[in-house]
Design a protein. Structure first.
Length: 217
């Protein structure tokens, strides 16, 4: 198959496997989603969902969170890892939201990426999942699978994102990035598939006998 043919097949197969794409991180509004995504850096969604009930009981909006100290927040989010940095970012960004954005999460990539602890991937998740703006957040699963499926040779997530956006219609991005993540967790895992095991890898490359080289993110 040519690259575009692989992309079209993958999109169709993922739609069959995952017709619905619930957001993995528990949240109730754009602010709680923003905080949950920030916490998910180098941490599983499952662990984040175990921690956020206590955190959002403490404060589930920027006004209340801005009144807390990083030390109080850190005690709650410690299981997520990187807790000193994440706790400071949560309190600081909450203050910025209160002072500069009327206590609302801004609906722009530029404003989101200006917040402490918020990179392009986090901003992309919030823009796509909270506001419905087309975005293609690339995590380690998508970076890995994109290469295994011959859709990109990206040496970093930015290049992988750009390559995938060229292959898939913008109307698919918000759902597709979740579908790829779900597939990567269930079938094409880092250790369970080396590019020759799962259904999509075998369908895209039926004659592949050795694992492809994967550039780390």
């Amino acid at each position: 198959m040519l690259k575009q043919e692989r992309a079209d097949y993958i999109a169709a197969r993922l739609e069959e496997l995952y017709p619905t794409t619930p957001i993995p991180l528990d949240h109730s509004d754009p602010y709680t989603l923003l905080v949950a995504v920030l916490l998910s850096a180098q941490c599983t969604d499952k662990r984040v969902n175990q921690v956020t009930p206590a955190l959002f009981k403490l404060a589930d909006n920027p006004v209340d969170m801005a009144r807390k100290t990083p030390a109080v927040v850190e005690k709650i989010i410690k299981p997520c890892g990187l807790s000193p940095r994440k706790s400071r970012a949560i309190v600081e960004l909450s203050n910025i939201l209160v002072n500069d954005h009327d206590a609302q999460v801004p609906e722009s990539f530029e404003a989101l990426e200006a917040l402490p602890g918020v990179g392009h991937k986090t901003a992309s998740v919030v823009m796509s999942q909270a506001f419905g703006v087309p975005a293609f957040p690339v995590d380690t699963h998508i970076h890995r699978l994109g290469q295994r499926w011959g859709l990109t040779k990206g040496r970093n997530v930015a290049q992988t994102e750009a390559d995938l956006k060229k292959l898939f219609a913008k109307t698919l991005w918000n759902k597709l990035h979740l579908q790829i993540i779900f597939y990567g967790r269930e079938y094409c895992t880092a250790r369970g598939c080396d590019g020759t095991v799962c259904e999509i890898c075998r369908s895209c490359y039926p004659n592949r006998r050795t694992p492809p080289k994967i550039n780390s993110a």
